[in-house]
Design a protein around this ligand. Structure first.
Ligand SMILES: [Zn+2]
Length: 284
């Protein structure tokens, strides 16, 4: 049977990278659409992977503009649509330190990048901001600066009224981070843990679409979304998950009788977190 026709809900991949310079770009969105994918959040690649050495917050505009453009192309391939999510990869701090920045300068530049991302939300096409902290061990001052960048993202997101996708270390309990967001006026429902396991506490998990993690999320019975973190890098084929994974796993869940969980992941949670309507935007 045609998998796209068999799916009874829209299908959102909450975190995919499309690289129009080195990768497949909108071609990956077409592959996603062929198996029933309808909506996409497209993340900018880390600034360095597009060959940009950022020196100034304005330098983030180039990777952001590339992402906005490829997201527009991806939208044309979908029955629903795609939105850009823009931000600063937390690992940039280590790159900047290697290039001779001190921790304070690195923090300032990254916070400036967050300000530019917030501008694309307030005045332009971006749906949300991405921030967070390194997933590997760093010195205490680098950790503190990364948390400061994250809190800055919460402040800006509260101002412009959007969600924040967090990149963090792995783990399950992130309730403290959500409290930082609330202290800055950002509701906890607008904090999303990207690359999450199914048992995440605190932020809304954007669950990596592996069978065991999705089963855990379904069992937990709380709001969640699904993602592949497809990185669109020809040098790392098979790294993370491919663009067809979320529709395929969704169809498997539907066949196992988890239709309600699919509505949670693809309709209700995206509406709560981002204010998007994945049903009304079908057929575009
Ligand atoms: Zn990613």
């Amino acid at each position: 049977m045609d998998p796209a026709a068999a799916l009874e809900t829209p299908v959102l991949d909450d975190h995919m990278h499309l690289d129009p310079v080195n990768g497949r770009g909108a071609g990956a969105a077409r592959e996603f659409a062929r198996v029933g994918g309808t909506h996409l959040l497209v993340l900018n690649k880390p600034s360095w992977s597009l060959g940009t050495d950022v020196e100034h917050p304005e330098d983030f505009r180039e990777p952001f503009d590339l992402t906005v453009e490829v997201t527009r192309e991806a939208s044309e391939a979908l029955d629903g649509r795609a939105w850009p999510v823009l931000g600063v990869h937390p690992a940039l701090i280590s790159r900047l330190l290697d290039r001779g920045f001190d921790v304070g300068e690195a923090r300032e530049l990254m916070q400036g990048g967050i300000d530019v991302a917030a501008e694309y939300v307030a005045d332009g096409p971006a749906l949300a901001i991405k921030s967070g902290r390194p997933h590997y061990d760093v010195d205490e001052d680098v950790w503190a600066a990364s948390n400061a960048v994250t809190c800055h993202a919460f402040e800006r997101a509260a101002e412009v009224g959007c969600a924040v996708q967090l990149h963090t270390e792995s783990g399950e309990d992130f309730t403290e981070i959500v409290e930082w967001a609330e202290d800055r006026g950002l509701p906890r429902e607008q904090v999303v843990k990207h690359f999450a396991g199914g048992r995440t506490e605190g932020p809304i998990p954007s669950v990596i679409a592996r069978r065991e993690e999705l089963d855990a999320a379904v069992e937990a019975g709380r709001p969640f979304m699904m993602e592949t973190d497809f990185i669109d890098d020809p040098d790392r084929p098979g790294a993370v998950l491919g663009p067809k994974t979320v529709p395929k796993r969704s169809l498997a869940l539907q066949e196992d009788g988890h239709g309600e969980a699919l509505r949670t992941a693809h309709v209700e949670t995206p509406a709560r977190v981002y204010g998007i309507d994945t049903e009304a935007t079908l057929g575009g």
